[in-house]
Ligand binder design. Sequence first.
Ligand code: WQD
Length: 336
Amino acid sequence: MKILLTGGAGYIGSHTAIELLKQGNEIVIIDDFSNSSSKALDAIKKITGKDFKFYEMDYKDREKLEKVFEENKIDAVINFAGFKAVGESVKKPLNYYINNVSGALVLLDTMKKYNCKKFVFSSSATVYGNPEKVPLTEECRVGGTSNPYGRTKLMIEYILKDIYTSDDSWDICILRYFNPVGNHESGLIGEEPRGIPNNLMPYIVRVASGKLEQLSIFGNDYNTHDGTGVRDYIHVVDLAKGHVKAIEKLEKEGKGLYIYNLGTGIGYSVLDIVNAFEKSTGQKINYKITERRPGDIAECYADSKKAKEELNWIAEKNLEDMCRDSWTYIKNQKQE
Ligand code: WQD
């Protein structure tokens, strides 16, 4: 298969590119480097020993996107492109709706023009809003998302459902990510959030490396085993392998719209993560307990049975792997 990865130089996209190439697929990457760098492209080539076509472009640029489809016989598309910082989305909602939703519309319309109808969408557990129950199944209620970022993901899910209802020759797979963490074991590739990280693990590794002074733990009065927020952290390589399985499903069976939770099914609290990080890396994490972060929920973790049964996919890496691989990347950056 020749697969187009929009945002393929990004954190999830670059790790997925590695796994797709390892499985013998051909890939084409488009990326505007708004939240990534060409370093990731070099790392993909170094890790896999394989080459691929790359276009530096904005995926919303219809003319340039049509050129990609003119020059490459694309069999399927995985859409990673999109802004993803929850806090930023509250401050700049228009940027998020234009880039995430309008971008997806241009992409899907261009795919239709070139009769390319296999589509994997990078969605998020954030579409569940405040979970009706945990562990979350794909049948759980969606909506009530507390920020524009989450609403863009949900809107695109609705767009995909409407497209499929109108034309069932589309093969669509919606993947709802829980909390992606970690990096490729080589330490050559990793998450590079711009500025001060919003997410927990990138913040922890920067405290461990001395780049940041102290971790603020946003509240310890939640109704959880230790009062701090519980999430389903999943190693980014496991997440990447979930995309390979999704592509295989669309290639073999297709003819459907499928939705899968990609999580481990295990919920860990903030303090669990801090303790596991200290244990697996030997790095002490300086932290203080502060007020809750507005919009945060107490608990969110997946029931990932459906992905196991229908994609033959299960997360294999454990919390120690996630902490160790997060730290390896930052250590490598310090040495550069
Ligand atoms: C995890 C836990 C915080 C930072 C969001 C998006 C989701 C996905 C991942 C993009 C919570 C606590 C965090 C800190 C803390 N985004 N925390 N101190 O909010 O579960 O999910 O990011 O794909 O779609 O919704 O992730 O890592 O921000 O927070 O105490 O400095 O860590 O309160 O309990 P979240 P997170």
